[in-house]
Design a protein around this ligand. Sequence first.
Ligand code: HDD
Length: 689
Amino acid sequence: MSAKDYTTETGSGGELHQKAGGDVPPLTTQVGAPVSDDQNSLRVGRRGPTLIEDQAFREKIFHFDHERIPERVVHARGYGAHGYFETYESLSDITAADIFQRAGEKTEVFVRFSTVAGNKGSMDLARDVRGFAVKFYTKEGNWDLVGNNIPVFFIQDAIKFPDLVHAAKQEPDSDFPQAQTAHDNFWDFISLMPESMHMIMWIMSDRAIPRSFRFMQGFGVHSFRFVNAAGEARFVKFHWKPKQGLQSVLWDEALRINGADPDFHRRDLWTAIQSGDYPEWELGVQVFDDAFADQFDFDVLDATKIIPEEILPVRPIGRMVLNRMPDNFFAETEQVAFQTGNIVPGIDFSEDPLLQGRNFSYLDTQLKRLGSPNFNHIPINAPRCPFHHFQQDGHMAMHNPRGRANYEPNSWGGDQGGPREVAQGGIRAVPVAYSGEKARIRSETFADHYSQARQFYISQTPVEQKHMADALTFELSKVKTKPIRLRMLAHLLNIHEDLAQAVAAGLGVKDMPAPAQPAVPPRTDLPESPALSILKNGPDSFAGRKIGMLLTDGSDVAQVKAIVDAAQAEGAMVQFIGPIAGSVVLSDGTELDLDEMVEGAPSAVFDAVAILPSDDQAEMLAKMAAARDFAATTWAHYKFAAFNDAARVLFAKAGLPQELDEGFIPASDAKGFIAACRDLRFWGRKNAA
Ligand code: HDD
């Protein structure tokens, strides 16, 4: 066989190296010329140099060299999905926004979830805020609600955003650490920015390590305005509530998940949507007028504050269903360009100085990232409604004005004159009256930095409070500069004595610093807000969750089937895990294909587990470190487990107590096991420890 035969005629893939024909389209160059050989560049002689006339080669390498675009300066790592928003009822009395006029109407949406600090290739389970950006393709233009899974922000004024992000990302000399705030620069900055304390409580809570995008809330953060057709304006805050309920992982699980599956959140969304288990969120609003704003304890223009739901309930106004993954990640998820400035008639900004600054940043950044002012010509960014304007030319211009007119006013009229302003409706700023001196100034109504931080802390369950203290201790333990740790403790003292003491104890600080000097005295009279706790707002079903079932050859088919059936009835999913990859032969001789081997699937990637070895294989399983770890971490992470008698051999070797607790349920009670799983974790084990 000649060399050419080897690489071209049969190819290295042998018979699988198909040629075009029938249903298989021809491979072509960018301009459509069919390619005869994509294995060998054009060269002189068998071993000679490559020829520059090989356009197919040059075009291919040229394009490859330019495949990358700059990643987002923040929120670089993200994952998107398509879906729709369905309006519950007409809101015409409070907003003219077309999307909220007709009950039952569906509007196409694209959502991108993200982490903030990590680079594009960083892991999903970083302790971080999650972006929750929604593009609504409404009949009157695209409306982007660019929010987070946390309702407050670190800073009050956009001018501090570059400092915040510089401090949070890798340190500039070493370029580490990646995707985490556990380092000196971040806490140095934060400890000098008391306004960040409320947000710090949220990111040190379990909100910053969600189990999946499907189980987290979203918030528009700022106060915006709704404006009705009569021009009457009210403030509005937006909330997304997952129908799936709230759920987070433990920090130790996050660390393990990052190793076992850095794409855990991506995979979760992908798998759920591809299997038809469409995640759903309800959109709710807090609507209030100037009178409410004036009497509220804090400034509604301050993005470091919430309005507790117990004071102003969230009114559900529609639901969002995500039901389709992008065809192509780059084309859609990477190139989608969200802008806070993208509002539609009936929605307006507020004067929140963070929002005002964002409105500049999001437009500006797209030019850097997408390379042309025509980024809205990319299909994912283009409106679905008709659009007409006189903007033209520029790199990659796909839509240019037709006809003679490319300016207005013009006297051409008719077909030639092009579009004109609308006489009614359209985007109109609410005519809010302002006066004052030009000054770089912060309102004194923004001065209370501790009271709502405390309110968040006292609204958590004891388990959640402990997680916050642990998270702060962990992060500050990575800070090498001792005075920074003390500065943080000084702030914590203004939030809650117990929290400060717990962190000080963890850090081995014996001489507690004096409390930080507050701009205004912190309040201790704000009541608990149960809506702020994850554990107080968990799901009432185990639907959408995942069970890891550890099996061996000879595992009892009836036990397996009973749990699979009960899980399916609940809407939960089961993955089969074995000592090695491939399959196991169950007690009745059926061969069951495995999803994972135990080395590749720690218990941390599951919401609950079933451990069902056969009597014969239990000893063998107990000799495997990964299997012992599987059992030990199931226990350590307070997970529910179904088990059989043979599993006790593994449990003994894994160091589990002989006396198991109610979180470990005999496999014979499959329904009881699934019902218990609705609580997600058996916290009784933690309390007993
Ligand atoms: Fe931002 C991206 C959310 C403050 C500047 N931001 C970005 C994304 C989300 C948020 C979800 C990712 C969008 C996507 O998936 O493409 N950002 C927020 C929230 C904030 C916030 C909820 C406070 C309430 N951001 C903020 C400030 C500034 C920016 C104060 C600048 C002054 N944000 C940006 C940016 C990004 C961005 C640089 C990076 C990539 C992009 O916009 O498209 O413009």
